[in-house]
Ligand binder design. Sequence first.
Ligand SMILES: [Zn+2]
Ligand SMILES: [Zn+2]
Length: 310
Amino acid sequence: MRNIRILLLVLLFGLFIGCSKDSDDSIEKEEKVVDKSANLQGTGDSANDILSNDKFTKLLIEIAYVDGFEPTEEAMESFVLFLKERTFKQDIELKYTKLESPDEENLTLEEIAELETDNRTVYNDGETLAVYIYFSDAPAEGDDEEVGLVTLGAVYRNTSMIIHEVTVRKLAAQRLFVTDADVENSTLNHEFGHLFGLVDLGTTPVNDHEDVVRDENGEPILDEKGNTSGNSHCNVDGCLMLAELQFNGGFTNKSSSLTSKGTNAITSACSLSGNSLLKLLDSKTAKNGLPEPPNLDSECLLDLKNNGGR
Ligand SMILES: [Zn+2]
Ligand SMILES: [Zn+2]
């Protein structure tokens, strides 16, 4: 009898060890499944995957926001509509993640990328393409409010974007008829235009309409061979991807991101300038006094169609 009891105990113990070992294994397996590499590519590298349904049929967008800096519902609705109009993705899910403030006076791109590493929970999985957008309570490093040079948002990877929500709200407050939603929506759509690969940033232009890198006086900057270089923006007046919308008139350009490719420095393909966007919204103000959101011109639309979009 005593032997049987011992045998039972041994068996039970064995069973317990077996079970706990199994659960350890499954945790390990779960961790291995998350492959982040597909979401750590350069801006525009996933243009075709975002526009077409060839590889991915669903778009999962994580809206990570610092508590109190959530984007307006109105802007998110228009943004999803914009995505459905320009891409073949009709299954689009927004996942809201509330975050603590990092308590920073301003944020560099490196800090923004680090925060993403800590906080991002969505990555490509099967037929789902994941995008991460961070709504921050801190402005971009280098903003100069006194002379009106402020950054609203930036893209720095194939599926990553930052919106400086604190700056968006300050800017919208400067105009009676411009709402937070107007500025949020224009910023989201412009920066997402770069994730679509505009202009010549992963989506080859059908006709040449890319603007060139210019100096402070608006003159094209030439290299040693006398050639201009493109600045990833559009040269058609009134277009959502217009070059003037870029912070500092577009000094962050392709050549600078090329030189830093060898190092692991994070560069932004575009930082959206607050004042330029206000100017564009002013010029788009309709007769009823309300601003109309800037749209893509026919050249940009043609490029998207040609690379798998609508
Ligand atoms: Zn841009
Ligand atoms: Zn355009």
